[in-house]
Design a protein around this ligand. Structure first.
Ligand SMILES: [Zn+2]
Ligand SMILES: [Zn+2]
Length: 224
């Protein structure tokens, strides 16, 4: 199952309630922040992979729910463009980026094979590109990078809403998509550091119905 399909299923199950219980990107982003804080605490107190995995999976799903803020957006091609080949900064299969990196060069089209990739294939590709670097700098650093990606998302919306720096829907969608992809990539990077198979963890919940009420769309009461 591709990440795009996974996201569409989540939207089918929960999309009806999302505009009411997560009415803005701010609320959706704060839900991710809470998970990231949780992950940070877990890294600091030396949690095991088994403890870490469900929180990572939850963060992953919450990023997909954030992407539903734009009903037309499918992250799959953007993931392929940014993370489907080589590091988009240094263009190496095994990233050799220095601390100060040039602007990324991202291909206009994804490599076609990446349109069929699921969570596992992207996790594998990210392992090839970044595991060496990330394992040197450690999980604490990785979780800080994930937190920093959330601030980039805030900056993005600030530039759209307050500064009016982004002119078209296409530009806004592309930038929003890449910010969501960066969040997913750091979550997958953390999964690699903890040797968590995130696809397996995500599949512990049914993909095609709510894991609580077993219905699609979900029929759970909003607040319990
Ligand atoms: Zn690089
Ligand atoms: Zn339900």
């Amino acid at each position: 199952m591709t990440i795009g399909e996974r996201s569409r299923w989540l939207r089918k199950i929960y999309g009806g309630r999302e505009p009411y219980i997560f009415p803005s990107y701010g609320v959706r982003t704060r839900r991710i922040s809470r998970r990231v804080k949780h992950l940070k605490g877990m890294v600091e107190c030396g949690a095991t992979a088994e403890e870490f995995a469900p929180v990572l999976a939850s963060a992953f799903r919450r990023v997909l729910a954030l992407s539903h803020h734009d009903p037309e957006l499918n992250l799959q091609p953007y993931l392929g463009r940014k993370y489907g080949t080589t590091c988009s900064y240094c263009h190496q299969a095994n990233c050799t980026c220095q601390t100060v990196r040039p602007e990324p060069e991202i291909p206009a089209e994804p490599p076609p094979i990446t349109l069929t990739w699921g969570v596992r294939q992207f996790q594998d590709r990210l392992r090839q590109m970044y595991f060496g670097r990330n394992s040197q700098s450690g999980a604490k650093q990785a979780v800080l990078k994930l937190a920093a990606e959330i601030s980039e998302l805030d900056d993005f919306f600030h530039s759209v809403v307050e500064l009016r720096e982004i002119a078209t829907v296409e530009q806004a969608r592309e930038q929003f998509a890449f910010e969501c992809c960066d969040l997913l990539a750091w979550i997958l990077g953390l999964a690699n550091l903890y040797e968590v198979d995130l696809e397996e963890e995500l599949n512990k919940r049914p993909v095609d119905r709510c894991h609580v009420c077993n219905k699609c769309p979900c029929g759970c009461p909003f607040y319990k």
